[in-house]
Write a protein that binds this ligand. Structure first.
Ligand code: UD1
Length: 362
């Protein structure tokens, strides 16, 4: 048991707990929050992230993290200790497993880690009276064969355990909000986050063979891999390859900062949580622009100044034809939209890859 007690920040800045803060989206969000004056406490178990990312966050933001706790979030007692040690005003919950293919192989791990950690977090938040939460959800909840663009009213039809675990978490949140009326939660359904911080210090550093197209293409560009396999050339799209809504990770991070403001957690408000509507609100974070795999390959080639060797192969099991966001709800609710283009995403990802050819491990 910890004997630490919460210490108030003399500046009055709100304290935000970022779970999975060393991960790809978590680390970029930490930078945005630090840069805007929040105090940031990170929880991460480094199961799929590097401690180096935490050093890069501080270097990029030019400010230190308030605290870092290495723990497994399913351990509610260890998590409670973090809440006892810091006066947490809000939580941004990223910590989760996220590989679609792996989730089919080891579904119980996905339910245990993704759903279990969310349940444990909500219990500890309730015990400590922390009533503001931003949850990392996914467009994969929508599944296949849907209209484009997709708005939040489309019913969920997840097609794999990863997506189902995210959908379950949203339902856990909805039920918890009903039973705990003071809780204010936002579930942000991201489309395909890619890119890197423009400084080149922070980016995506997958372990092993990358599952996702952008980090794979980057490793081809930097010479770590020979060829990008383009999964499927026979989709009913303009060029036969699947279409996604790629969103710059810094736009995603900025979306989380604005989400906290919308929950009444603002640095300029002397750290006092302001008014926020209670209950769960679900919002898409996407650009509304669809890009095919071949268009992405061409854009990566432009950014690196050399064509990306690629070959069209068979479809990947579980892939869907087209997923593009209708970003209208978040625009209407917050007056917020993404500002970075596909070329920005590729240029920034390439800057990180060139500066860190072996990722954070080098
Ligand atoms: C998936 C999830 C998404 C999740 C993301 C992170 C779905 C529908 N989407 O996105 O929610 O946040 O993973 O892990 O489950 N591709 C290639 N070659 C490659 C890799 C991918 O051609 O080597 C293609 C895929 O077939 C797909 C596109 O590139 O058409 C994007 O794939 P990927 O980057 O893996 O993301 P999603 O599967 O869309």
């Amino acid at each position: 048991m910890s004997t630490l007690s919460p210490s108030s920040d003399p500046s009055g800045a709100p304290t935000v707990l970022v779970t999975g803060g060393a991960g790809f989206i978590g680390s970029h969000t930490c930078v945005e929050l630090l840069a805007h004056g929040y105090r940031v406490v990170v929880v991460d178990d480094h199961s799929n992230s590097s401690p180096e990312a935490l050093l890069r966050i501080e270097k990029t933001a030019g400010r230190p993290l308030h605290a870092v706790h290495i723990l497994d979030m399913r351990d509610a007692e260890a998590l409670a200790e973090v809440f006892r040690a810091h006066p947490i005003d809000a939580v941004v919950h990223f910590a989760a497993k996220k590989a679609v293919g792996e989730s089919v192989q080891i579904p119980l791990d996905y339910y245990e880690v993704n759903v279990g950690a969310t349940v444990s977090l909500l219990r500890v938040m309730r015990e400590h009276g922390v009533e503001r939460l931003v949850f990392s959800s996914s467009c994969s909840i929508y599944g296949d064969a849907r209209p484009v663009p997709l708005d939040e009213n489309e019913p969920a039809r997840p097609t794999n355990p990863y997506a189902r675990s995210k959908w379950m978490c949203e339902q856990v949140l909805a039920d918890t909000c009903r039973a705990w009326p003071e809780l204010s939660a936002l579930a942000l359904r991201y489309f395909n986050p890619v890119g890197a911080h423009p400084s080149g210090l922070l980016g995506e550093d997958p372990r092993g063979v990358p599952n996702n197209v952008m980090p794979f293409a980057m490793q081809v560009a930097v010479g770590r891999r020979e060829l990008l396999n383009v999964f499927g050339g026979d989709y009913p799209t303009e060029d036969g390859t699947a279409v996604r809504d790629y969103i710059h990770v810094v736009d995603v991070a900025d979306g989380h900062r604005v989400a906290l403001e919308q929950l009444g957690i603002r640095p300029e408000a002397d750290g006092e949580p302001g008014a926020a509507t209670t209950g769960l609100r679900v919002l898409n974070l996407g650009t509304g622009v669809g890009t095919s795999v071949l268009e992405l390959v061409a854009a990566v080639g432009r950014a690196c100044g050399q064509p990306i060797p690629h070959a069209i192969v068979g479809r990947r099991e579980g892939d869907v034809t087209r997923l593009v966001a209708d970003p209208g709800a978040v625009a209407a609710a917050w007056g917020w939209r993404t500002t970075r283009t596909l070329d920005d995403m590729c240029a920034d990802a390439w800057r990180f890859q060139q500066a860190n050819p072996m990722g954070y491990g080098a």
